[in-house]
Design a protein. Structure first.
Length: 268
């Protein structure tokens, strides 16, 4: 009789332990339910030569959380685990310099996102121009003056902008400000003469489509592109996702904040 009671007591403890283990496992599962992983390869400009010793930095555009990967191995491979689901900006640090990106990466819950990234080094002129604009964005206003309006064509809704410094690029967010002018917009396209271009450098004149009328001598400022704050104020190039499941073009998801932001809000 004593033996039977002992067995039943042990069985009861075993059942309690199983229930506890099941509940604890469920708790752990709920804590990781909204997490995803990122696996990527970083290549040189040719898209095939692995970049060894590079580090990927990601920032969640909603929470502001920053994640840093270990250095890439001989194959250019890196991994970041336990990422909260959401949309991320990213930048790449390498032994030869830093690379910003205008793109976004999407992370899904309980899935592993895979990307391949190519690093393109700016030429000397473009690198200097980009750094000049980004340093201007570090000012409290979060904007960098780059030029002024020379004339406005109301029939075509185009402003002829003289680029005083830095660089003006397609898809940049700009602020046009004057005595009777005050509006912001994204740059849909640029023309130098009769040729469509992706960017205009200091000293060049370019036609820019506008959403509102502009006036001669209005000042043109560049704000952070689509609200995506760059990681580095002195990048030597730009990083592009060339393949993978996680690339999201910055133009698809509007991330522009209500107020201009400074790159200094991101810790390097």
């Amino acid at each position: 009789m004593y033996y039977v009671v002992k067995v039943r007591k042990g069985l009861s403890l075993f059942i309690v332990f199983c229930v506890f283990l099941f509940q604890f496992s469920g708790l752990l599962g709920s804590q990781t339910l909204d997490r995803g992983n990122l696996i990527g390869y970083i290549f040189d400009r040719d898209g095939t030569t692995p970049m060894v010793g590079a580090v990927a930095k990601l920032k969640n555009i909603t929470s502001g959380s920053i994640y840093v990967s270990p250095e890439t191995d001989r194959a250019g491979l890196f991994r970041i685990q336990g990422l909260g689901k959401g949309i991320y900006t990213y930048g790449i640090t390498t032994p030869r310099g830093d690379f910003n990106s205008n793109e976004l990466i999407g992370i899904l819950a309980n899935e592993t996102t895979k990307v391949s990234i190519s690093l393109n080094t700016y030429d000397t002129v473009v690198q200097s121009a980009v750094q000049e604009v980004l340093r201007g964005q570090a000012e409290p206003a979060g904007e960098s003056r780059i030029g002024r309006v020379l004339t406005y064509n109301p029939a075509k809704k185009e402003a002829l902008v003289f680029v005083e410094k830095g660089i003006l690029q397609v898809d940049d967010s700009v602020h046009v400000l004057g005595i009777a002018t005050n509006f912001t917009q994204d740059v849909p396209g640029l023309m130098i003469g009769s040729t469509a271009v992706k960017r205009a450098l200091a000293g060049q004149e370019t036609w820019m489509k506008t959403t509102r009328a502009a006036m001669q001598d209005d000042i043109v400022y560049v704000t952070c592109k689509r609200g995506v704050v760059p990681f580095f104020l002195t990048p030597c190039g730009i990083a592009w996702v060339i393949a993978g499941s996680g690339a999201i073009l910055a133009g698809i998801i509007e991330t522009t904040p209500k107020h201009p932001v400074s790159p200094f809000t991101v810790q390097k």
